[in-house]
Design a protein around this ligand. Structure first.
Ligand code: 13P
Length: 287
């Protein structure tokens, strides 16, 4: 069932678990996430970065593929199709293309411009029943060639952005995309508590879900996090399973690899990672 992400995250925030956002890159990726969500009876968010959208030939293709797949695989758990780290133009395109949720990442603008642009996106999205995520305090690390510094968000700025009618808020608390370095200081829970207290029950979003220790995930959920984004960990499990398959030399003597068989282990790798995360985030059985 394709829905926006608003109600599923309000429920998660109230009941004390988080919904996973898993970034998709192609048909196999999407199918693996959808089937796992159904098997786990868990709500799920499919994240699409602008780069991944371009790779899959455009947002319209992605929306059509996801809509058809949800129908043809008989997926009955709530599924949101969400733009990840959208620009102002990208968010507009996804609103037109049939996404059910968008993130407008105005964290690199000054707070005034972030507010003005977020307001416009909220008006456009809500007119079509589409949910909106905004961001304060950029997430560190590299994603789609964009490198963020990893600021800790200011609670008052979070309160200002939360007051614009957005549905959920990503706030930087020392989290970064990709693997965490050995000297990482961990998440800033003092900052998260201040943000939770300043944002009046709004579901909060934790980006950079790869490699965060379980106890930090649990503490984040207790402090208002209701959506956790995972990308790198699915990529790693996909690549590792594919590498092992190729190293085992299972090609078809002279005909190369059967593409479906070649992608099958990676597909199972993604499924295993998604299941593990859903169990950790507490969303299993919550559809
Ligand atoms: P990771 O790649 O660290 O899992 O982060 C994903 C993410 O936050 C997407 O927005």
């Amino acid at each position: 069932m394709l829905v926006n992400a608003r109600d599923m995250l309000i429920k998660a925030r109230k009941e004390g678990y988080a919904v996973g956002q898993f970034n998709i890159n192609n048909l196999e990726w999407t199918k693996a996430v959808l089937l796992t969500a159904q098997e786990c009876n868990s709500p799920v968010i499919l994240g699409v970065s602008e780069g991944a959208g371009k790779y899959m030939t455009g947002f319209k293709t992605v929306a059509a593929m996801v809509k058809a797949m949800v129908e043809e695989l008989n997926i009955t758990v709530p599924v949101a199709l969400h733009l990840d780290h959208g620009t102002y133009e990208g968010a507009q395109k996804c609103i037109e293309a049939g996404f059910t949720s968008v993130m407008f990442d105005g964290s690199h603008y000054g707070i005034e411009e972030n507010i003005a642009k977020t307001k416009e996106i909220v008006a456009m999205a809500h007119a079509k029943g589409i949910s909106v995520e905004a961001e304060v305090g950029s997430i560190g690390g590299e994603e789609d060639g964009v490198t963020g510094k990893g600021e800790v968000a200011d609670a008052q700025e979070c309160a200002m952005i939360a007051g614009l009618g957005i549905d959920f808020l990503a706030a930087g608390i020392g989290n970064i995309h990709g693997k965490y370095p050995a000297n990482w200081q961990g998440l800033d829970f003092e900052a998260l508590e201040k943000i939770m207290n300043a944002t009046d029950g709004m579901p909060l979003v934790l980006h950079g879900g790869t490699g965060i220790p379980a106890e930090m995930i649990q503490k984040s959920i207790a402090l208002g996090v209701a959506k956790i984004n995972v990308n790198t960990e699915c990529q790693l499990s996909f690549a590792e399973a594919t590498r092992k398959y190729i190293e085992a030399g299972k090609d078809q003597q002279g005909k190369g690899y059967d593409p479906r068989k070649l992608l099958a282990p990676g597909f199972e790798g993604i499924k295993a990672t998604v299941k593990e995360k859903m169990e950790l985030f507490g969303s299993v059985g919550k559809a």
